[in-house]
Design a protein around this ligand. Structure first.
Ligand code: SF4
Length: 367
């Protein structure tokens, strides 16, 4: 997959853009000033594979608490300060690795004050545009949501996407004027097509890394579908250097889905991949329970392994043979395949145990 060429930006010790692998970002959902809870969640996100964690700094208490959080974790942290630029200045003093600024919520002179301090400390800024808080002036009032007729939907979508890209470009130019170039850009809308369009519009106009995401996409499964389509489409077009899946649920799930998206596009290789058929009238075993049990047991495994669990002899032997380890079920149980070769017959009650033992063995061999 040919990826858009972007310049490299350093977030703490992490390099993004410039041909580096696409990075999955996480976000805490604790009250930041509850330091133990925030630290615990950052650790969980790190364990799930997040390479950057965004934390919200809603007030000065949270901003000052950043020092305590910083000493407990070493993953690069991004501060979201929303409206108050003073919180960003405080965060920079307290060891933040990146600051997100939203020109829809902050005056230009305030953004410049942040940039001045960030530059001295070598900290990048993310110009984070959100369709829900677009800069006044870039979007004409009569296009505001709620007043748009159905036949105007496409025009509205294009207008919002153009406004988002324009707002980002304006802020990028503002930063470039003061010789600030440690920039990352994101353009998030809650609508899949608007999001895709806005990133497409900006992708060839700047060379800074792009952070991808859908905003307020909702709980699973709807949120997963929206995020996967938007982020997946853009990554497939080579656009995107970091991603964050936004879901109304445990943030660890967001990181896991992020990796699933990267794995589906061949942009990340790691951990097992479970291939299982939907099962149908031909299947004689409880395939759903087997697949679910295997999925929960293989969660912590880091070795890239293709595991197939197939319901019958129609596609079963083919898929099981293609996998590293697989089982093609039949009336009495199934046939176990390893690296393309049939190994032995397995009784239904032993399928999960036998497969997991083989997975464990293969994972140890790979270490
Ligand atoms: S592999 Fe067999 S059981 Fe599974 S969906 Fe296909 S026909 Fe049905």
């Amino acid at each position: 997959m040919k990826r858009r060429k972007s310049r490299e930006v350093k977030i703490g010790r992490l390099k993004i853009g410039g041909g580096n692998p696409v990075v999955v970002q996480g976000m805490t959902k604790t009250k930041t000033e509850d330091v133990p809870a925030t630290v615990a969640q950052i650790r969980k996100l790190t364990q799930a594979g997040a390479k950057i964690v965004r934390i919200a700094l809603p007030d000065m208490v949270a901003a000052k608490d950043l020092s305590k959080i910083r000493t407990e974790v070493d993953i690069p942290l991004v501060a979201d300060v929303h409206f108050n630029h003073k919180l960003a200045l405080e965060a920079i003093d307290r060891g933040i690795d990146k600051v997100r600024v939203n020109p829809g919520n902050m005056a230009k002179k305030e953004i410049l004050k942040i940039a001045e301090k960030a530059k001295k400390k070598g900290i990048p800024l993310r110009v984070g545009i959100n369709s829900g808080s677009l800069e006044r002036g870039v979007l004409k009032d009569h296009f505001l949501k709620g007043r748009v007729r159905e036949d105007e939907e496409e025009r509205y979508r294009t207008t919002v996407a153009e406004a988002m890209a324009k707002s980002a470009l304006n802020t990028v130019k503002l930063l470039e004027k003061v010789d600030f170039s440690d920039i990352v850009v994101s353009l998030k809308a809650n609508d899949v097509l608007t999001t895709i369009l806005s990133y497409q519009l900006i992708s060839d106009k700047i060379s800074y890394p792009l952070h991808l995401g859908i905003t307020a996409s909702g709980p699973p499964p709807e949120g997963i579908i929206k995020s996967s389509i938007a982020i997946g489409t853009l990554l497939f077009q080579g656009i995107g250097d970091t991603i964050r899946v936004s879901l109304t649920c445990d943030p660890v799930e967001e990181v896991k889905i992020g990796y699933q998206i990267l794995k589906s596009l061949g942009l990340f290789k790691g951990g097992p991949d479970l291939i299982s058929c939907p099962s149908c009238g031909r299947c004689r075993i409880d395939l759903e329970s087997v697949a679910k049990e295997i999925l929960s047991e293989i969660e912590g495994i880091k070795t890239p392994l293709k595991i197939a669990v197939m319901g019958c002899e129609v596609n079963g032997p083919g898929e099981a043979r293609e996998a590293d380890i697989g089982i093609a079920c039949n009336k009495r149980g199934g046939t176990l395949f390893k690296k393309g070769k049939p190994l032995r017959k397995v009784k239904e009650k032993d399928i999960v145990r036998v497969l997991l033992e083989e997975v464990e063995k293969m994972s140890q061999e790979a270490d």
